[in-house]
Design a protein around this ligand. Sequence first.
Ligand code: FA5
Length: 339
Amino acid sequence: MIAEIEALASAALSRIAAAANLDEMEAVRVEVLGRKGTLAEFGKLMGKLSASERVDAGKALNGAKTSLEAAFDIKKTAFESAALNERLQSEWLDLTIPPPGLTPGSLHPLTQIQNEIESLFFSMGFTILDGPEVETEFHNFDALNIPADHPARDMQDTFWLEGGHLLRTHTSPVQVRGMMRLGPPLRMIAPGRVFRNEEVDPSHEHTFYQLEGMMVDRDVSIANLLYFMKTLLSGIFKRDTTVRLRPGFFPFVEPGFELDIECMVCGGAGCPVCKQSGWVELLPCGLVHPNVLRAGGIDPAEFGGFAFGLGLTRLVMMRYLIDDIRWLQSGDLRFLKQF
Ligand code: FA5
């Protein structure tokens, strides 16, 4: 009987090894190990054996059972993990593939030009600074040589907030923060959003972008200022531009200039963007007023500087020949997709 059990076990082990799938293996299990299976039949015959034969046959039966169960378990685990792997392979999803039908977005034209100007000035040793959009009266006006009773306060219609705060009307307050934080010598630019309580028309928004620039050092002159203005314009337009420089009044510079660019939308012939004048105010600038240097903690007897306040939104209009400033904040995808 022992020999028969061993023969049965080894035949069953071979069938388990050869089974191609879980079903085939389950059939062998039921046939051999099941309640009515072959091993159970051997169990029933035990009673007919002598006591000593029963011990040996019992051991053989248990041994066969244990080794068959272990073989089943091992093979079952192998089948299950193969099935899992197959499923993982067939159901694998690449979540990084963009969904069909969606076109990728792009940077807003303003951001593109801002990035270009930032890398241009960064390459010339300028630091890029940021300032708060909600400003104090001190930084937006007083420190820029515009005291409370100064008529220049009316030049920029201000959105006033509570507690002496306001929405900054220009990026010039970042000059003051830059001087205070970094001290001289200083080369900085500060792009940012500014707000004015203005009538909106093809060239005026209530919310628009400027890019402030400032250089403070010993012996800074108008020649330095003009060099950086020219480098800025040729870097952005990559061709000759027609500009005109005229005196301009800003309390924080002395002397001050208005740098206008010939309107590129109409080629100087006159259109709604340039209010039929052929020129667009783009880049006011000048040499920093001593009072402003003092407010920034810098001694005007030792240091001088220039500053400019580029109309970034208008520059973008000139670069891409946009005939109405309102397109830029319209969120209209037909407009934005062109860039
Ligand atoms: C200023 O804001 C000064 N802070 C600029 C400055 C800085 C002068 C440093 C000297 C030294 P102004 O108000 O002119 O200046 O505005 C600067 C530029 O912003 C203008 O030339 C124009 O290009 C742009 N700008 C002004 N108002 C608007 C508006 N409502 N919509 C769009 N762009 C505007």
